[in-house]
Design a protein around this ligand. Structure first.
Ligand code: IPM
Ligand code: MN
Length: 369
């Protein structure tokens, strides 16, 4: 049989992005060798340095170029010498929109041995995913400012959703719940756990008590789509209460689905409960197109080049990429190896306190594959 070759666009980006990407790729290559597939990688040096040198944020045809790949692997975007917003909007958000990556999938999973600030909670309590809508809502930038700088100044930025955007996002969440249900035995969940509702549930996170137009649409669509998934339970939480339960009873969640801005906010909270930005990965998913996988932390400029940044998030982003490419077994293998390394090897998940350098952590994950 001919060896499967996946074409990957690599965007190392700024700051510590290239360092963590290198470890992600190291682990991906090791998994490829073990499972008999290969990568053909093309690197694009878009980011802060490229912008400062050329004035170009992203080439005109960037999205078209990336559409020729099977997936995109991204490090981090953000540069201390570039005004906030330029690179974030011009690269990250632009690619999410232009590639129609309408889902931002963010697992909140506490790996064994990783410290959580939540008292009396362990890996069995913190294991859910957030399905964040990724191309709509307040992020579309609809709005404007008039009479700027005067006392009459008005600024508007609207939360806009159409039915199609909500429907496809909610449907993805239910599909995700089914997949997690199927994977339950591998994830160490028992039939009792399943019966107790730890799995097979989608919770809509909204604000139906105040945002009565937008979340009316979300709520109706949610229950309509739910009819196609009689095997999956449903729940609803306002976003403020969601934050509360994420801290107090994270074990209640399996799949959380929400709009773009709420998803942005709650996933930073989720990341902290799972041990921080060093371990939090995300996927910008277009189920019918090209998806982009990234560690969700920033470029951490102060740690650049020191070999102290935690590559676990990038490694897990790589595993997520493999899962979406159809290499589920290799993806699970990487996750298992990460679990071993966090439980038995690493002292901490914080930069500089891991007990190992960035590349040593990558090596450990490779050794234990
Ligand atoms: C994220 C980030 C981005 C977002 C920023 C950098 C534009 O915070 O991926 O969560 O708001 O989506
Ligand atoms: Mn964010």
């Amino acid at each position: 049989m001919e060896k499967k070759v996946y074409k990957i666009a690599v965007l190392p980006g700024d700051g510590t992005g290239p360092e963590v990407v290198a470890e992600g790729l190291k682990v991906l290559d090791a998994a490829a060798a073990k499972y008999g597939f290969a990568f053909e990688k093309t690197t694009f040096n878009w980011g802060g340095e490229h912008y400062l040198a050329t004035g170009e944020v992203l080439p005109e045809d960037a999205a078209e170029t990336l559409k020729k790949f099977d997936a995109v692997f991204l490090g981090a975007i953000g540069h201390p010498k570039v005004k906030p917003g330029i690179l974030e909007k011009g690269i990250l958000l632009k690619l999410r929109f232009d590639l129609d990556q309408y889902i931002n999938l963010r697992p909140v999973k506490l790996y064994p041995g990783v410290e959580t600030p939540l008292a009396n909670k362990g890996p069995e309590d913190i294991d859910y995913v957030v399905v964040r809508e990724n191309t709509g809502g307040i992020y579309t930038g609809i709005g404007g400012i008039s009479q700027k700088g005067t006392k009459s100044e008005v600024a508007i930025q609207s939360m806009v959703y159409n039915y199609m955007q909500v429907e496809r996002c909610v449907r993805f969440a239910f599909e995700t719940a089914r997949k997690r249900h199927k994977d339950a035995p591998w994830r160490g969940l028992s039939q009792e756990d399943i019966a107790a509702g730890k799995i097979g549930q989608v919770t809509l996170c909204g604000k139906t008590n105040v945002l009565t137009f937008v979340f009316d649409l979300w709520e109706r669509t949610f229950y309509e789509v739910a009819k196609d998934y009689p095997d999956i339970k449903t729940a609803y939480c306002h976003v403020d209460a969601t934050c509360m339960w994420m801290v107090k009873n994270p074990e209640w969640f399996d799949v959380l689905v929400t709009c773009n801005i709420f998803g942005d906010i709650i996933t930073d909270l989720g990341a902290m409960t799972q041990g921080g930005m060093g371990v939090s990965a995300g996927g910008n998913i277009n189920p019918n197109g090209v998806s982009m996988f990234e560690p969700i932390g920033g470029s951490a400029p102060k740690y650049t080049g020191l070999g102290v940044i935690n590559p676990v998030a990038a490694i897990l982003a790589g595993a997520m990429m493999l899962d979406f490419l159809g290499e589920a077994e290799a993806a699970k293998d990487i996750e298992k190896s990460v679990e071993f390394v966090t439980a038995k090897k690493m002292k901490s998940q914080s930069a500089g306190k891991m007990g190992y350098s960035t590349s040593e952590v990558g090596d450990l994950v490779v050794e234990n594959l």
